[in-house]
Design a protein around this ligand. Sequence first.
Ligand SMILES: Nc1nc2c(ncn2[C@@H]2O[C@H](COP(=O)(O)OP(=O)(O)OP(=O)(O)O)[C@@H](O)[C@H]2O)c(=O)[nH]1
Length: 379
Amino acid sequence: MSDKIPVTVLTGYLGAGKTTLLNRILSEEHGRRYAVIVNEFGEIGIDNDLIVGADEEVFEMNNGCVCCTVRGDLIRIIEGLVKRRGRFDAIIVETTGLADPAPVAQTFFVDKDVSDRTRLDAVVTVADARWLSDRLKDAPEAKNQIAFADVIVLNKTDLVTAGELAEVVGRIRAINPYAKLHKTQRAAVPLSDVLEQNAFDLDRILTLEPALLEEDDAHDHDHHHGHDHHHEHGPDCGCGHHHGDDHHHEHANHDHGPGHSHAHSHAHTHAHGGGLKHYHDEHMQSVSIAIPGDVIPEKFLPWINDLVQREGPSILRSKGILSFPAEPRRFVFQGVHMIMEGDLQRDWKPDEKRESRIVFIGRDLDEAAIREGFLACAA
Ligand SMILES: Nc1nc2c(ncn2[C@@H]2O[C@H](COP(=O)(O)OP(=O)(O)OP(=O)(O)O)[C@@H](O)[C@H]2O)c(=O)[nH]1
């Protein structure tokens, strides 16, 4: 593994329990030292006061909305931090409850100085079991935070019945079938389940359990399968903030034009055996396609580049592991909206089945076209 500093992006809707989790992280005896970067939206210093722990350094970014100003701020703070390497082992970025995690996540790919020194370890989303279902209906940023998550801490389970909890899990799985999900009270989750996950590590990018890809819900009730579904709708960055004309998203391609609309989830319920419910989310969906063998890089690379350029606003996350003919190494890529990176990584192991697999999480994806395009790259 690289000696890059791991960064955890902690997100979640207002009041979900981010500060509770952060306090737990900072007060537990884990022998690690964390630098914490807190993004405040408007209120100065409040979260800072709530955070316990003497050894940690807390940096605040008060310059407004995380999705607009932060890149520059975050880059400056991280550059300052890495110069003082040795005083801490890892970084946690807590974002405001209204933030789209995309620009924060992108910072770790886009900025060379930052990406040379740090690696995005995981996006951890804290969700409120009592209110999440409602917020998924009326708050696009809440949905984005779920869609982006590598780890979901489903908190405040004390406030719901078992049936309500199963329902909210079903709704989460309709949006993001891949994240690890932990149900908690007071964000009490073993820190080893939240920190240092390597969820974004290019070498372990597909943390998907193969079973998740099968149409089979027998193995674990948490592993509901997101049913792909598409629907015509304009692109929607979902950031939920109104932006002036004076800011630029260099590569991020957030569409704040007339197509900016709030996604409402009109969930359909399907009762399955055992009382489990599967929800379809008409706007947020996942597409996962596997080719049982090689793809041709000269076909695949132009195709994927073109796809993320064109569909970037609606693709929240993309990941893939590819097998190229006569190439002993695995080609691994990941992306956030239209920013994508990929390279050849470790060798395929002798006992590993060489296959090519891609996953997208996004809004209103044209699954049939994506599938057709990818299959056309098969060797
Ligand atoms: N009932 C219940 N309350 C909880 C739980 N976890 C946290 N809380 C309470 O929920 C409130 C919000 O928790 P915070 O940790 O401040 O949430 P946050 O996500 O940091 O909130 P913002 O900073 O406003 O976005 C606090 O009053 C917590 O004490 C839980 O599991 N059950």
